[in-house]
Design a protein around this ligand. Structure first.
Ligand code: ZN
Ligand code: FE
Ligand code: FE
Ligand code: ZN
Length: 269
């Protein structure tokens, strides 16, 4: 069995390389059977930051994915988006959701407040001026709101503030619980995002303690590499598979037309 990789970017977001066909090429080479694109969605105002496509590029993005679907019939290729959740963006998100027949929408929190995207390497120095526990609290408040909107199918990299090594202290895990309860109530899934393995935190988002709690709430899971280079497709998936099994998961979800397709997670890879 191979797991689908549902978190792939393209050069349209200005900090990734390659087009869907390049990612499809690599996917075939490493033996994946299913992938999905989830590039950073535009904001209601263009140039909100320097790491997403502009509004007039959305058509091109969809066209690229469609072309890859035609050119790689041996692969199942899904069409998704990674949308930022910020309070007040709900009507914009609803509008984008209605524009194309997406297979899934990933809701991510990168901004804990206006102007600070906690994972942005250019703004890393801000961390030195912050109390990490408060950043975590602000992050989870937004992540909980994101789940409560019921506008997303999957919540992205659900413990992103650890990226540069600012881990939540042992014993503070209860900070995850309100989010997980909201996720359960709204039926949203979380992803095992292997991008974290390639960052300073050197672990999958979310980590083991978090994922064990997610399993205790029976939150569905899916898998993504967060590839920003074609060669990153499927990276770390053996480790993600092991982590999911170690935390108790026996199923994961595939997606089509915004509906979850549960599938069993084999005991071994
Ligand atoms: Zn990105
Ligand atoms: Fe993200
Ligand atoms: Fe991403
Ligand atoms: Zn991402």
């Amino acid at each position: 069995m191979t797991l689908p990789d549902y978190h792939l970017h393209t050069r349209l977001c200005r900090h990734a390389e390659g087009e869907p066909r390049d990612y499809a090429d690599c996917a075939v080479r490493v033996g994946l059977r299913e992938i999905g694109f989830s590039d950073h969605a535009p904001m209601p105002r263009d140039n909100y930051d320097n790491w997403r496509m502009n509004q007039n590029q959305l058509d091109e993005y969809v066209e690229w994915v469609r072309r890859a679907q035609r050119d790689y019939p041996q692969l199942t290729i899904r069409l998704g988006l990674e949308l930022d959740y910020l309070p007040g963006l709900e009507s914009w998100i609803a509008e984008l959701a209605g524009r194309y027949p997406w297979d899934y929408l990933i809701g991510s929190v990168h901004y804990v407040r206006a102007g600070w995207d906690v994972d942005n390497p250019e703004k890393r120095a801000q961390w030195d001026r912050e109390e990490p526990r408060e950043v975590w609290a602000a992050y989870f408040e937004r992540l909980t709101q994101a789940a409560e909107t019921r506008m997303f199918d999957i919540i992205g990299h659900a413990d992103l503030p650890k990226k540069f090594g600012h881990f939540l202290k042992q014993g503070d895990e209860e900070i995850y619980r309100p989010f997980l309860r909201a996720a359960r109530r709204s039926g949203v899934a979380i992803e095992l995002n292997t991008g974290g393995l390639r960052k300073e935190c050197a672990e999958i988002y979310p980590g083991k303690r978090f994922l064990a709690l997610a399993w205790s709430e029976r939150i569905p899971i899916t898998f993504g590499s967060d590839a920003h280079l074609p060669t990153e497709v499927g990276l770390g998936f053996s480790e993600a598979h092991r982590l999911a099994r170690a935390c108790g998961y026996t199923q994961f979800c595939r997606w089509a037309g915004r509906a979850a397709l549960p599938e069993s997670l084999s005991p071994t890879e």
